[in-house]
Design a protein around this ligand. Structure first.
Ligand code: ZN
Length: 143
């Protein structure tokens, strides 16, 4: 892992999200689901945003999905924090529709940015950013 990666701002592990990060460290994509109305809950929170129930649990997802929308980042400006991403340019920020239904914002990696297409099938891959943080990103299926 290049040292410059350590300069990127990393997510703070909140108590609500602890199971998510523990799963990610084991290469598992976990998401909360409401046991009363079956809604998937993203991002992690103490209660269901659909029905308010606190009767929620963690469920492992397939990690499969497709690109709903994306943008290619070719320039970073402004804040010092964003400069840490400069070496990654160009890179893709995408909304991924997971096979189970929920939508995540993430990066598509593992292929040239020109190859990213709407509806492209992708699967999750976890990139280690620190001792505790593995970020879920997505790569094309069959690449
Ligand atoms: Zn609910």
């Amino acid at each position: 892992m290049a040292e410059t990666n350590l300069q990127k701002p990393l997510p703070t592990i909140t108590s609500e999200a602890t199971p998510f990060w523990e799963g990610a460290a084991k290469q598992k994509l976990l998401m909360q689901r409401c046991l009363d109305c079956s809604a998937y809950i993203w991002t992690p929170r103490p209660s269901c945003f659909e029905c308010g129930s606190e009767n929620i649990h963690w469920q492992e997802l397939s990690g499969q999905g497709q690109v709903y929308s994306f943008t290619v980042i070719r320039q970073v400006v402004g804040r010092a924090a964003s400069q840490a991403f400069e070496k990654d340019i160009p890179y893709v920020i995408a909304w991924i529709d997971l096979d189970e239904g929920p939508r995540m914002i993430t990066n598509v990696i593992g292929c040239p940015v020109e190859n990213v297409k709407l509806g492209m099938k992708v699967s999750v891959i976890f990139e280690q950013q620190s001792a505790d943080i593995w970020l879920p990103k997505f790569k094309p299926v069959n690449s």
